[in-house]
Ligand binder design. Sequence first.
Ligand code: NAP
Length: 286
Amino acid sequence: MKHKIRPGLAGIIGYPLDHSLSPFIHNHSFAALKLPYVFVKIEVPAAKLKRTMQALSDLGFVGANVTMPHKESIINLVDWLSPEALAVGAVNTLAWRGEKIKGYNTDIEGFARSLEKFSGWKRFESAAIFGAGGAAAAVAYALFHRFAVRHFYFICRNWRKAEKSLAKKNIFSDKVWVNFVDWANPDAAVASSDIIINATPVGMDGKRSFPITPAAFNQKQVAYDLIYSSTTTPFLRVAKKGGAKTLGGLEMLLEQAAISFKLWTGREMPLAKVRGELKRSGFRPR
Ligand code: NAP
């Protein structure tokens, strides 16, 4: 008996979306598995988000990724939230189930999978995170729940704002030691951490310098930049100079996409193939 495969619509909701790699990743995965799905960019400003969500439901969308600036505000427009999305207060994946819209945060698991595959480590004691936005919260959640981290430094340009924003979230379910560090003086916090993460867009253009010195790093540390457009960001350049093992954000991007893909299609994303296609297409992390 032949199985009937229903065609599916999926997309990414954000504003702006010029540089998104998600359409490439998902459309190549659909094609590789011969699935009759299409993934489109849905560029929508905040004022039109509610209306757009209704339109996507009416059109029969099966799923969507959500990116800046809607990851937090979209929470009010879904019918169900995963425990992780609820804890960090951010949704990056939607899945339509009948009339209902479910909201997930696949950044958390995407980060955890990429880190585990890369480092093979299951535990870290301390972490220094540059930034305190949505990605920083997802990373902190993964480090606490999956890698047993109990000492956190958040390195921010406005630590009062960061403290206030993180206090509203339920990232940690047990006692942790959290310290807020000024952006201009991060070396001592970095030197005391097993893993150091850049969860800010600083360095995305490849030019800007990072306020840190190689002497703050050592060979036992892992330095992870969530920026995925380059493997030689200013942050990673300094960390490498200091001897740390370095990792760029492309693997997290692929892993979080693979989790969304499975939620929508029930199938595993052909990760190796997509990674190869990305490189062949001319997208080469610098
Ligand atoms: P977000 O919620 O807007 O948070 C950005 C954070 O960076 C905030 O703490 C912000 O501080 C800080 N920041 C921005 N510009 C800064 C500057 N010039 N100097 C110092 N701090 C600065 O954004 P997000 O969603 O967390 O994303 C952060 C980064 O992670 C982006 O580069 C994004 O592309 C990347 N990301 C990658 C993946 C992946 O799959 N690889 C997934 C998610 C995100 P203020 O609050 O003071 O503005």
